[in-house]
Design a protein around this ligand. Structure first.
Ligand SMILES: [Zn+2]
Ligand SMILES: [Zn+2]
Length: 124
């Protein structure tokens, strides 16, 4: 059986606020020591480390508290149907989504819409 090894991550840059959606193949990850993604503004937003294509250490530069957080997943978790929501342990903000490509995109768009609505309601 052939598995879909592609996932996406949606992360907002802590420096410029841009929403980055990153496509990653889990196969690619196993071939390198550290998978490193920068925003257009050159701020590092994501690092993924995997030694065996099964377990992943995901480092995310946090928008909420300006620190870097580590989340650990296995491939079954990230490839499952549900999108993982990564929350900052300090500020409790949702700082990233990771998982199925389509679902991550849907969720990121929904999130942006909600945020825009909130801004409209508050009249900021
Ligand atoms: Zn940026
Ligand atoms: Zn944080």
């Amino acid at each position: 059986m052939l598995f879909d090894m592609n996932i996406s991550a949606s992360i907002k840059c802590k420096s410029c606020g841009k929403l980055n959606i990153i496509d990653v193949s889990l196969f690619d990850l196993s071939n390198r020591d550290l998978y490193h993604v920068d925003c257009d503004c050159r701020t590092n937003i994501l690092k993924i480390k995997s030694s065996d294509c099964k377990n992943f250490r995901v480092y995310i530069s946090c928008l909420g508290c300006d620190k870097e957080h580590l989340y650990i997943f296995n491939s079954r978790q990230v490839l499952s149907e549900k999108v993982k929501i990564l929350t900052c342990p300090t500020s409790r903000m949702d700082i990233a989504f990771i998982g199925n490509r389509k679902l991550v995109r849907d969720m990121a768009m929904q999130y942006e819409r909600d945020l825009q609505e909130l801004i409209n309601v508050l009249g900021i």
